[in-house]
Design a protein around this ligand. Structure first.
Ligand code: C2E
Ligand code: MG
Ligand code: MG
Length: 641
């Protein structure tokens, strides 16, 4: 309640305590003055000075009014009240001066006059005026009551004391607020410093997180997310500035083999080196990103024409295929690159990336270690591929596959010594589809396992039936995917098939493509030995295309080499092919292996092969691949002869 009165009912903010003190002081003083003057009034009554008593009693009303006014006026307008106080005190001093016939005997009212002056004009002026008043009163009173003047002067002591106290109070308060302000400023400074420090740390953390979200940990290259942002921006720029923009989608060839054979640490190093090599082939302003795994993507803009891109792609291929020296090991990797070029038909950046990806797959299909530009028919082909893949899954159940047989002939005696089982797909809409088209797809999807086994089973049953008939089909060569050899149960599968079809092991030969063996030599070697132990012979298909060291030949339980048709095609005219063919025949001889030439179409080729001791021949010169019915007729004819 008292607090409420002293602060005039206002609530002051922290920074307003100077003002608050003014209010508290003023209210305090008004109350003290009112009480003092009322007490003085009581004394006047005792001395029968009634008029002066009335004047003194008025202090209680004036004081209450002033306090009331302070509460009612707007916060901060206390000086108006001080003016009223000056005015009312001065008026009452004058009134009492006249009624007491020019004697001034009213010290307290002077205090009530000087104090508001202190609030209005400050300490120094109030003190100065107090002196003026004192002398003025002394001079006036001297005329009437000279003896009492000294007493009068002592009566003013409270006046000075109150002003000095007020000043001290105000000064102390000033100091106090100064200290508070300093503390406050210090605190504020510290808070600001801390906040800044915090903000910096947060900013740093944000940057780190941002970096991690947009970069690949292994190579520190931008990742897919970051790349998408860049490409979006660049596509907009290219659109409005008619700039060239191109994407190179780079994928390492057979990177899985590196991981599988050397381990992931080496694989990681290969990726890091690859990233550096690509960076060396592109300009600073081009963007290289890693999309994950062995996929890298380069964004190139602001180039002159397509030939610039060809040069860059060629350089990247050349750089990547340089030998890699890691931990005293030397290894080789190559890459395939798909390229898409931005034009107005491409609407989204995802399309641009997708096209480069499609082109990259085409580059792989075309033999890897090359680049390929995207062409619109690639998407159609990819679409066809998807269609084919789906229908292939049902083709086995629907019995759409058929096995053709192509005889293998002893060139000297012209007799059939064996035959190769070659699968075909009799598609209800597309007709007879060549294995060249669907085998790679079957390899990709894993369907090759079931398909090969079906061909094997069909071929074995056929052999049993022919042998039962009394004709001589010789040995049946069955093409199998290297994936088949990696299946744990493959040996069991063969054994079961032999039992079920009653086909003899010696009637069968398995053909494995050279490149497949080399890629997986460690995985397949044991299985091959087991197969061989069953009595089944083993041939290496497409021999000469694997670009490999021949040392593996000694380790593998191989019986026969099939010289790839690409070498046969141009012999004897092409001297190099002829030399290679001779070399392959020599290798077979020295390792005590049989050798057969495939794809023999002309008498010239046949003659050359026979002259060079390659007697076994498979090719259109003798027989095309044919259905089992046709094959059976031929076998029967041969028997009759
Ligand atoms: P491959 O095992 O090297 O088979 C030889 C290919 O050469 C066959 O092609 C055959 O038709 C063809 N050919 C035979 N003689 C001549 C000739 O004188 N001139 C020419 N230009 N070509 C000749 P096809 O039947 O198209 O088979 C292609 C490939 O598909 C095969 O090559 C083999 O790798 C694969 N393949 C076929 N059937 C199967 C199978 O059942 N399983 C697996 N995994 N692969 C198979
Ligand atoms: Mg073959
Ligand atoms: Mg072949």
């Amino acid at each position: 309640m008292l607090k409420n009165i002293l602060s005039s009912g206002f609530t002051f903010k922290k920074e307003e305590y100077e003002l608050k003190t003014k209010y508290v002081l003023l209210n305090n003083l008004i109350i003290i003055l009112a009480i003092s003057l009322t007490t003085a009034g009581l004394f006047r009554l005792l001395t029968d000075n009634y008029i002066q008593a009335m004047i003194d009693f008025s202090a209680i009303f004036i004081g209450s009014f002033l306090i009331f006014l302070l509460r009612k006026m707007k916060k901060g307008n206390y000086k108006v009240v001080a003016y009223i106080m000056v005015f009312s005190s001065a008026s009452l001093i004058l009134v009492s001066y006249y009624i007491s016939n020019g004697v001034i005997n009213i010290n307290t009212w002077f205090i009530a006059l000087i104090i508001p002056i202190f609030f209005i004009l400050g300490y120094k002026i109030a003190l100065f005026m107090a002196f003026i008043f004192m002398f003025m009163i002394a001079m006036l009173n001297l005329n009437y009551m000279p003896t009492d003047t000294v007493n009068q002067l002592f009566g003013y002591v409270p006046l000075f004391l109150s002003i000095i106290f007020l000043h001290i109070y105000e000064y102390r308060f000033y100091q106090f607020t100064q200290i508070l302000r300093d503390i406050n400023n210090n605190l504020e400074k510290k808070v600001k410093e801390k906040t800044l420090e915090r903000t910096n740390v947060l900013e740093e953390q944000k940057n780190i997180l941002d970096y991690q979200a947009h970069h690949d940990v292994l190579t520190s290259l931008p990742n897919r997310t970051k790349f998408q942002k860049v490409i979006k921006k660049m596509m907009n720029y290219a659109q409005s500035n008619d700039d060239n923009l191109s994407i190179l989608f780079i994928d390492l060839d057979h990177f899985k083999n590196i991981n599988d054979s050397y381990g992931h640490d080496i694989g990681d190093k290969v990726l890091q080196i690859t990233a550096d090599r690509i960076l060396n082939c592109i300009r600073k302003e081009d963007t290289l990103a890693r999309f994950g795994g062995d996929e890298f993507v380069v964004l190139i803009n602001n180039y002159h024409d397509k030939s610039d891109i060809e040069v860059i792609a060629g350089n990247i291929i050349a750089c990547i295929s340089k030998p890699l020296e890691i931990d005293t090991m030397t290894m080789f990797v190559s890459c395939s690159i798909g390229i898409s070029i931005y034009d107005e038909t491409i609407r989204t950046y995802t399309d641009l990336i997708k096209y480069a990806d499609t082109a990259m797959y085409k580059a792989k299909e075309n033999g890897r270690n090359r680049y390929k530009f995207y062409a619109s028919n690639m998407t159609e082909l990819a679409f066809e591929k998807v269609l084919m893949e789906t229908s292939m899954r049902f083709a086995l159940d629907k019995e759409e596959f058929i096995v053709y047989y192509q005889p293998q002939v002893d060139g000297k005696t012209k007799s059939i010594v064996g035959m190769e089982a070659l699968v075909r797909w009799n598609h209800p809409k597309m007709g007879l589809i060549s294995p060249e088209t669907f085998i790679p797809l079957a390899e990709e999807t894993g369907l090759i396992l079931a398909l090969d086994q079906w061909v094997m089973y069909t071929g074995m049953r056929q052999m049993k039936s022919w042998y039962e008939m009394g004709v001589s089909p010789g040995k049946l060569s069955l093409n199998i995917s290297a994936r088949q050899l990696q299946q744990e149960d493959f040996l069991e599968v063969i054994k079961r098939m032999l039992v079920e079809t009653e086909c003899k092991a010696k009637w069968i030969e398995l053909e494995i493509t050279e490149s497949h063996i080399i890629e997986n030599v460690l995985d397949v070697i044991e299985t091959l030995h087991h197969i061989k132990a069953l009595g089944i012979s083993i041939a290496i298909d497409d021999f000469g295309t694997g670009y490999s060291s021949l040392s593996y030949l000694k380790k593998l339980p191989v019986d026969k080499l099939k010289i790839d048709q690409s070498f046969i095609k141009d012999i004897p005219d092409n001297k190099e092919d002829a030399a290679i063919t001779n070399a392959m025949i020599a290798i077979a001889e020295s390792l005590n292996l049989q050798v057969i030439a495939e794809g023999v179409e002309t008498l010239k080729q046949q003659k050359y092969l026979l002259e060079h001791n390659c007697n076994l021949i498979q090719g259109y010169l003798y027989y095309m691949p044919m259905s089992s019915k046709k094959m059976e007729k031929i076998l029967k004819k041969v028997k009759e002869r």
